[in-house]
Design a binder for this molecule. Structure first.
Ligand code: HEM
Length: 409
């Protein structure tokens, strides 16, 4: 018998990623459990396959690491225009050899050591924001705090004034939203306009760095990519711009959502909140558990070019696969008591950053931001409390909190 989750829930074989019930957005995990246990190779209404078990998600990421090109799928969904151009030109949706050519150029700016140089900036940003909210009784955690951290760092990475943060964040959001499973024509149109606006905004920065003599050590990723271009590495102006857009989109929403969802989990598990405040040694495993438990990027896409056999079955050629890493990260075939939030959990082989050649470029930065922010927050505001209910966004791919009121003392 198929277990019932919720009276209104659509489960098992009738689950439709393209027509999600409202309850899914507040808590997708009961749906994922049902799919993992009873329908691990689930056919969506549009002919794509949804995979939810850890072993299958990992197998696809490893096997089909190089098959991300979305020209056919996105061509039909977006039509011609800047949005399609971006989502077929950025590194994220390109296969080797172009993926590898572009990743080799950007990689040096995201190594552990390059990102380590940002530690002081991150501490300063978090410190200032905490000072700003201190003294207030209640704040909206997302609007007043968490969403302001990653965007400042990304502006620094681009060498763009931090005041431009809100503008580029809005451009980025409009480029991202159309990637969701079911989207309206208005969202797609806004995506075309946002991509065009973002490209026009970034182009003068590229030109400016091209007109200047090369720096001894690049001070930002735009000047770094321009230096690579001048040094004879193959990267076009548009590819530099698409790289910046993908860095913003990879790094802003995801990290904001990580901070919000993790703080919610800490407030809901007071013992873990206090453990983090009291034991500085635990921060490493705490961040990995936050990543597993929150999984801010929940779904990913691949397309088969041949028939593939994975642990749960066979997927035919030319099939769109949606992998649900959020479901994999709660798979009890791999994680003991997967719904338990335990900041000391070891081992913790979560898949929040993906796997294979597209594994998250910015993971050292995401980890650094969380490892600095969360301990500083719980120590500064030991009585941090949720007020009312958080409002989750309605985004199946980039899961996060839209608004969350918290009291500080
Ligand atoms: C909690 C925060 C983050 C999460 C959960 C996350 C997750 C992911 C995942 C799952 C992928 C793989 C996509 C795929 O296989 O199709 C990815 C790729 C990527 N991420 Fe992140 N990310 C985060 C933060 C960041 C940051 C801070 C940056 C940069 C500032 C960034 C930049 C990128 C880029 C550029 C890629 C594409 C890599 C490629 O195609 O080779 N991410 N990310």
């Amino acid at each position: 018998m198929v277990p019932t989750i919720d009276q209104n829930a659509v489960v098992g074989s009738s689950f439709d990623l393209f027509n999600l019930p409202e309850t899914y957005y507040d808590n997708p995990y009961p749906f994922f459990k049902e799919l993992r246990d009873n329908d691990p190779l689930h056919w969506n209404s549009d002919g794509s396959v949804l995979l939810t078990r850890y072993a299958d998600v990992k197998a696809v990421w490893r096997d089909l690491s190089g098959v991300v090109n979305r020209e056919a799928t996105y061509g039909a969904k977006f039509g011609e225009g800047p949005l399609l151009e971006h989502h077929t030109s950025s590194m994220l949706f390109r296969d080797p050899p172009d993926h590898d050519r572009l990743r080799d150029i950007i990689n040096p700016f995201f190594t552990q050591s390059a990102i380590g140089d940002l530690r002081n900036s991150v501490e300063q940003i978090v410190q200032n924001l905490l000072d700003e909210v201190d003294g207030k009784k209640e704040i909206d955690f997302v609007k007043d705090f968490s969403s302001l951290i990653p965007i400042k760092l990304i502006c620094d990475l681009f060498g763009v004034p931090r005041e431009e943060g809100p503008k580029i964040r809005d451009f980025g959001a409009s480029v991202l939203l159309p990637l969701n499973p079911a989207v309206s024509a208005e969202v797609v149109q806004a995506g075309h306009e946002g991509t065009k606006g973002f490209m026009e905004f970034l182009r003068p920065y590229v030109r400016e760095w091209q007109s200047r003599p090369a720096e001894e050590k690049p001070s930002n990723i735009i000047s770094g990519m321009v230096a690579a271009q001048k040094g004879g590495q193959e990267i076009s102006d548009d590819e530099i711009i698409h790289m910046c857009i993908v860095v913003l989109n990879g790094g802003h929403e995801t990290t904001t959502n990580l901070l919000g969802l993790s703080t919610l989990a800490l407030m809901e598990h007071r013992d873990q909140f206090e453990r983090l405040a009291e034991d500085p040694q635990i921060v490493g495993s705490a961040i990995e558990e936050c990543l597993r438990y929150a999984t801010p990027l929940q779904l990913q896409g691949r397309r088969t070019t041949r028939e593939i056999t994975i642990p749960c079955g066979v997927v035919p050629p030319d099939t769109e696969i949606i992998i649900a890493q959020a479901a994999a990260n709660r798979d009890d075939r791999v994680f003991d008591e997967p719904n338990r939030f335990d900041i000391g959990r070891r081992p913790n082989p979560h898949l929040a950053f993906g796997a294979g050649i597209h594994v998250c470029l910015g993971r050292p930065l995401a980890r650094l931001e969380a490892a600095i922010t969360l301990p500083m927050l719980v120590r500064r505001f030991p009585n941090l409390q949720l007020v009312g209910k958080p409002e989750f966004n309605r985004n199946a791919r980039f899961r996060g909190i839209k608004s969350m009121v918290v009291s500080l003392d």
